[in-house]
Design a protein around this ligand. Sequence first.
Ligand code: NAD
Length: 257
Amino acid sequence: MVLKDRIAIITGGSSGIGRGIALEFAREGARIAIADKQETPLRGKYHETDVTTPTVAEIEKLGARGIFLQTDVADESQVAHTLNRTVEHFGGLDILVNNAGIHIPGGAQALSIADWDKVVGVNLRGVFVATKLAIPHLKRSKFGRMLQIASVHAYGGGAGPAYAPAKAAIVNMVRDTALELGPFGITVNAICPGYIETAIQDYLTPEQIEEALEKTALPRFGLPRDIGRAAVFLASDDAAWITGASLLVDGGFAAGV
Ligand SMILES: NC(=O)c1ccc[n+]([C@@H]2O[C@H](COP(=O)([O-])OP(=O)(O)OC[C@H]3O[C@@H](n4cnc5c(N)ncnc54)[C@H](O)[C@@H]3O)[C@@H](O)[C@H]2O)c1
């Protein structure tokens, strides 16, 4: 168990990739706070159509400890409360996973300014807020780790004028934060997933899904577990000398771009 007794917060951990990361962390012995707007997992129209059990119940089935803390990452007072509650409950914080994210479809003409603010508010501002507020807690850990979930869309256009720029900003933010936190022994890295089978894909048409699959070198979409295993590696002692990096976990999608 490479994360035995490590204490982690995973934002957006009720569903999809965050849930996949939580379950892999649980298998590796971590104690996990799920910080999500809702406890009930999202059910998609293409993927995760029948997921119903809250993540904490699944964590407990794996013999690990978990707690659900209702949190909107766009609200800094809620994020601060969640960090404090996690530290009180488990006795510290070793790993922050900023995973919560949303997508609102539409190009520059269709997307409203309010929706642009909403996407950037969760996907970029929300990451900064949790990062900033977690630093004092992570500095007290001997194994401080920060993991930001960006996207393969950080490296190209086509995913809208809010989502893709927010993800690109995260790739650079991890470099900046890695420089700042390196002297404290805290590593900061991003994972850039390709197309993963979660409810976030609901906005795509069946034709767009087929096209994304064709562009993925390996002949399947990713599963939340695929991102979970990469996250375990980056959170573990095996990755102690990796910081400021963004790891593509995309089945080869970006290899063809
Ligand atoms: N699935 C993919 O194909 C894919 C690809 C690249 C990157 N990503 C990124 O991975 C992350 C997770 O995506 P997913 O596919 O699991 O999405 P999802 O929609 O399946 O799950 C997202 C979770 O985040 C929660 N959430 C949403 N807004 C929140 C907020 N303001 N505060 C707290 N929690 C909130 C939701 O309740 C949900 O549980 C996102 O950052 C997304 O951009 C996903």
